[in-house]
Ligand binder design. Structure first.
Ligand code: DUC
Ligand code: ZN
Ligand code: ZN
Length: 479
């Protein structure tokens, strides 16, 4: 099966130029003019449009069992939504229950993900610790293409990783050449503030941001960075939402440490006024962690992206409908945390980043695709438009205008956090594994068309970044 994209402008993270792209057997076979093609090649006219690497969302939670329910978008629905928005790959999270085997949980997620329309890979969360976890981390990195492990510093009494676990796991990551990642919120503080708010009779969604103020994230960001730096490990912070965390990352980077930051499309455009909505369901629909923040933090996030302090954008797509959110009707701590966005991320970032002059189209490609591919070691297989790369592409009409709404979204839920936002620029076609997966409102990909992709470890050639541990220089004093 082959496909030719004709007449468009290629936009990579570095350059923009006019050329045709010929895709064959799932790969980019040739780039240029007057390309030699097979007889039965499907031809797509991209005149007046941009062709960019397909979006990679490094942070989704499809059908996640969480807070007593299961996220509504399963891998089939969630990846269909991804394709509709120009995202061709997701990196989702395997989250083992405490005491559960990592490999058993990994297999469970792999089984679920077989129904995916788009490509997928997995980070694995470290939610508990013993020798078997240590061994299974090796098995996952060596034989299953996992090169990143996630640590939730929040969610006390559930999946929270305490400092002893962070130290043990970051050290293990270092040995294996894997990337430690953190959800940076101080779980003890969150728990304490939640109890205080409930005792004061503040039980609605307005209590959610009060229980997770910016300092809670700032503390955890600083602590996780300090732990990683002390061990000589790199660190990737997911969903950075505060100025405090951006500052911590920047400080570490300026000190020569390898620290990466991700931020969510939602955190860049939605502020904490949503929790004051007089309609309980609308306020609860925005309950996610970390919460939406006062506007001043959005400015810090944009500056973080523009300056290169933050590297990637994601969604934390974890979709719950109103009925599920109502589980916390009388107690905000029981509202399932999560919002959607995998379908809207690219359009929202184009509108608020490129159309406002904050980002060039090339920078847009970097933060929606290429940087993620590089950080998680799949570049140039993904995140690139180059001969031999996977043919995962989005054809983008920079002039196409549409209004984001729950009425037109692919997601299974009954809410859209970007409701009513008009975007100028959106995906007209998405090509996944060399096939037209989505085109002008129609989904062509089938469940199972998405492929699992492995991510090799950084062991070996990543040694200059990993293993800067101060003890490497240590010597006993001769006495
Ligand atoms: N935050 C959310 O809002 N949902 C899923 C997990 C998380 O950390
Ligand atoms: Zn998180
Ligand atoms: Zn998450």
């Amino acid at each position: 099966m082959s496909l030719l994209i004709q007449g468009g402008t290629i936009v990579t993270h570095e350059i923009s130029y006019q050329a045709d792209i010929y895709c064959k057997d799932g790969k980019i076979a040739a780039i240029g003019q007057q390309l030699e093609i097979d007889k039965d090649t499907q031809i797509i006219d991209a005149s007046g449009k941009l062709i960019m690497p397909g979006g990679i969302d490094p942070h989704t939670h499809m059908q996640l069992p969480f807070m007593g329910t299961v996220a509504k978008d399963d891998f089939a629905a969630g990846t269909a939504a991804a394709l509709a928005g120009g995202t061709t790959s997701i990196i989702d999270f395997v989250i083992p229950s405490p005491q559960q085997s990592l490999l058993e949980a990994y297999q469970q997620w792999r089984d679920w993900a077989q129904a995916s329309h788009a490509n997928y890979s997995f980070h694995v969360a470290i939610t508990w610790w013993d020798e078997s976890v240590k061994e299974e981390m090796a098995e996952l990195t060596q034989n299953h293409g996992v090169n990143s492990f996630k640590h939730f510093m929040a969610y006390k009494n559930a999946i929270m990783a305490t400092d002893d676990i962070l130290v043990a796991s970051f050290s293990r990551c270092l040995e294996l050449g894997a990337m430690p990642t953190v959800h940076a919120e101080n779980g003890e503080l969150v728990y304490h503030l939640q109890q205080q708010l409930l005792e004061q009779g503040i039980t609605g969604p307005e209590a959610h941001p009060l229980s997770r103020p910016p300092s809670v994230e700032g503390e955890a960001a600083n602590r996780s960075i300090s732990i990683a730096n002390t061990l000589g490990a790199p660190l990737y912070l997911v969903h950075v939402s505060t100025k405090e965390a951006v500052d911590a990352i920047q400080y570490a980077q300026n000190s020569g440490h390898t620290v990466y930051g991700e931020c969510l499309a939602g955190h860049l455009v939605i502020d904490d006024s949503v929790y004051q909505d007089s309609n309980w369901s609308r306020a609860a629909a925005h309950v996610m962690s970390p919460p939406f923040r006062p506007k001043s933090h959005q400015d810090a996030l944009w500056k973080g992206i523009q300056s290169g302090t933050l590297h990637t954008t994601a969604t934390d797509h974890c979709a719950f409908c109103a009925e599920q959110k109502a589980m916390g009707k009388d107690n905000f701590t029981q509202i399932p945390n999560g919002t959607a966005g995998v379908e809207e991320r690219l359009a929202v970032l184009w509108e608020t980043g490129v159309n406002t002059g904050k980002l060039t189209p090339n920078e847009f490609v970097a933060i929606t695709s290429t940087n993620t591919a590089k950080i998680f070691n799949i570049y140039p297989q993904k995140g690139a438009i180059a001969t031999g790369s996977d043919a995962d592409l989005v054809i983008w009409d920079p002039k196409a205008s549409k209004t984001l709404s729950v009425d037109t979204q692919m997601s299974n839920i009954d809410f859209n956090i970007f409701e009513g936002m008009t975007v100028n620029g959106s995906a007209t076609s998405t090509i996944c594994n060399g096939k037209l997966a989505w085109h002008e409102g129609e989904l062509f990909a089938k469940p199972g068309d998405g492929k699992h992709f492995e991510r090799p470890t950084f062991a070996g050639y990543y040694d200059s970044i990993i293993k800067k541990n101060q003890l490497n220089e240590a010597k006993p004093v001769a006495r």
